[in-house]
Design a protein around this ligand. Structure first.
Ligand code: FAD
Length: 283
């Protein structure tokens, strides 16, 4: 991003441009190394698309509806949500056991333009900007996307009804686990995440636990990576949220720092909730 101007942003907000860029990168770059999706891989991808489409659509605050050229009703705004819904419907309607990546790309690039749904051809990092190329960007936005999904699923627990995912104890985390294991380009990250998931994910049984499990796991990664090559001096890795961002999250017990889990949960619900999504810089 050498030639790109710095985009001012507020660390207490979540930018839809980062979430859109995450999906853009995922669909156009991460998936592109898979010539054909089939069997278990195709199922993992379908579940991921269903999760994003259902959870983000259900949790929108807007109740205005518009009719697009296909005659379908969508909440106004969020072309990426529309794209994921269209993709989800398309994937579910196909009885195929195999889908060439090219067909997915073709849908993303061309077919959906007809209905005014498309994913801009640009990556625009805002809260995930790195101070130099190679830092932050996609992995940052993928964490953010899954935090948003855990929080929005907690806000609308019925969103997944009828999707086939509602039977799982921690559907957002399980879909994330399978996505990371199958597709995430950073294989070392995938191995670490799989270890953490195998150790404790089966103890997660409520939506609240899903939100807190992911927060805690992310902090473990932050602690492990603090001071490493991937640490951006402008956005140093540290336990999150900082006392500046959430004073009530931090407590002291016998002179030792402890998290107030109740206040962390309340903070995460607010921070990653639909009303804290900032559309500035959005595609
Ligand atoms: P990130 O850690 O990516 O965080 C993005 C944003 O999320 C922060 O700016 C902040 O706003 C918010 N945030 C920070 N902490 C939390 C929290 N605890 N809860 C909620 N929100 C938070 N890299 C490796 O080198 N080794 C690994 O093993 C590894 N494992 C990974 C596993 C996964 C599942 C993912 C998605 C990424 C992994 N990465 C790993 C990448 C690494 O964690 C960072 O994403 C990357 O280095 C970019 O860091 P960042 O400074 O942009 O902040």
């Amino acid at each position: 991003r050498t030639s790109e101007p710095w985009r001012d942003f507020d660390r207490s907000q979540v930018y839809t441009a980062d979430l859109e860029s995450a999906l853009h990168y995922l669909l156009r770059v991460e998936l592109a190394v898979h010539g054909t999706l089939d069997g278990a891989e195709l199922k993992v991808f379908k579940d991921f698309v269903t999760l994003v489409a259902k959870v983000t659509a259900e949790s929108r605050t807007s109740i205005r509806l518009e009719v697009d050229l296909l005659g379908l009703l969508y909440p106004v705004g969020g072309s990426v949500v529309k794209l994921m819904e269209t993709l989800s419907d398309w994937l579910l309607s196909l009885p195929l056991q195999q889908i060439p990546y090219q067909a997915i790309l073709d849908l993303v690039d061309n077919k959906m333009k007809i209905s005014g749904v498309f994913l801009g051809a640009e990556l625009r990092w805002v809260g995930c900007q790195g101070s130099r190329p190679g830092l932050r960007g996609y992995p940052c936005s993928l964490w953010m996307l899954f935090h948003v999904l855990t929080v929005q699923h907690d806000a609308t627990p019925t969103a997944l009804d009828g999707s086939g995912l509602e039977g799982e104890a921690a559907p957002v985390l399980q879909v994330m686990r399978r996505y990371i294991r199958t597709f995430f380009g950073c294989k070392e990250c995938g191995r670490h995440f799989e270890q953490a998931a195998a150790a404790s994910m089966d103890q997660v049984t409520t939506q609240e636990d899903e939100v807190l499990w992911l927060w805690n796991q992310h902090n473990r990664v932050n602690t492990r990576l603090a001071g490493s090559l991937s640490d951006d001096p402008v956005s140093p890795k540290a336990p999150w949220p900082s006392p500046a961002l959430c004073p009530a999250c931090h407590e002291e017990s016998n002179g030792v720092h402890v998290w107030s889990h109740a206040n962390v949960l309340a903070f995460l619900r607010r921070h990653y909730g639909a009303s804290n999504l900032n559309p500035r810089y959005s595609l």
